[in-house]
Design a protein around this ligand. Structure first.
Ligand code: FES
Length: 317
């Protein structure tokens, strides 16, 4: 855990602010790589993950961008309404579940909305490394485009295309065309809202991109799909103990009430901290962490949010 001070808060676009975080004693912060995020412990008790969007060579600050989302469960609202310059926040050290493949011949970066935060960090890194890449940034309108001027004024501006939903048809992103021809050594990175990512990922898969060349991260787990919300049981393989999971409880909560702690971080199916092996039964995956292939194997699940399609799951606990 680190204590950081909010050194500056800046309006970047409609409903999007950045928060510049510095060590409370002015010491250098732990290093991070492009695609990293931090857990931020919010004043209202929630923990939320935000991607770092500054140049990874910087050690004096972490920069996060936060969209005020009316449909959120309180994370982005707390950041916007309760966190001001000078406040001290507790954060985790950076973790990276969305790293760049450094041996890539070329990288195609695709961002939707606030999903630009890790993508921008990747662009900074690739530009500094002199690597070959292109970046596409889709937003609803110019006013909702965070970091527009920073990108337009950067050395890598010629590699970036902006695509506005309210702009003319010619500038809109033709996803099918962008991903039409997968090539060895070319890697695709996608971050944005679920519908946007589903469209890009489906097009890439349909065009035959190998899974190893597709990389993605959902920026907002508050868009979790709804699934089976009924009650079920979990059985602990080690002790044979059976724990009932109520319809209003998560598996993690039910286990905690029974005295069994499962480590968690995001609590939203994003980080993978709670990943648990499933020995019997079929989980109802609600996470955004496992790939579709991993989910289909049904041999692991995220008990912080996922549920069960069968009356009982036997867990490797
Ligand atoms: S705690 Fe993050 S995926 Fe479950």
């Amino acid at each position: 855990m680190l204590n950081v001070r909010v050194a500056r808060r800046t309006r970047e676009a409609v409903d999007i602010d950045t928060f510049e975080l510095m060590d409370v004693d002015g010491k250098p912060l732990p290093p991070f790589s492009a695609g990293s995020h931090i857990d931020v412990h919010l004043p209202n008790g929630l923990t939320r993950q935000y991607s770092l969007c500054n140049d990874p060579t910087e050690s004096h600050r972490y920069l996060i961008g936060v969209l005020r989302d009316a449909g959120s469960r309180g994370g982005s609202t707390a950041m916007h309404e309760q966190v001001k310059e000078g406040d001290v926040l507790r954060i985790s050290t950076p973790k990276n579940h969305f790293p760049l493949v450094h041996e890539a011949k070329r990288s195609v970066l695709v961002a939707g909305g606030i999903g630009v935060t890790p993508i921008l960090c990747m662009a900074e890194r690739l530009a500094v490394a002199g690597a070959d890449f292109e970046m596409h940034y889709c937003t609803r309108s110019r006013e909702r485009t965070a970091f527009h001027d920073r990108i337009a004024g950067s050395a890598f501006a010629p590699r970036v295309r902006f695509h506005f939903d309210d702009g003319d048809a010619a500038q809109k992103l033709d996803i099918a065309r962008l991903v039409a021809t997968p090539q060895p050594g070319v890697h695709l990175y996608v971050c944005g809202p679920k519908g946007f990512m589903d469209a890009v990922l489906a097009a890439a898969r349909a065009a035959g991109w190998p899974p190893a060349q597709i990389h993605y991260e959902f920026f907002n787990a508050e868009l979790l799909p709804t699934g089976n919300e009924g009650a079920f049981e979990v059985k602990l393989a080690s002790s044979g103990r059976v724990v009932a999971v109520g319809k209003d409880q998560t598996v993690v909560e039910a286990l905690a009430a029974a005295g069994v702690e499962v480590p968690t971080s995001c609590g939203q199916g994003v980080c993978g901290t709670c990943l648990t092996r499933v020995l019997e039964g079929v989980p109802d995956h609600q996470d955004l962490y496992l790939t579709p292939e991993e989910q289909a194997a049904n041999d692991q699940f995220t008990p912080c949010c996922s549920r069960s399609k069968t009356p009982r799951l036997v867990l490797d606990l």
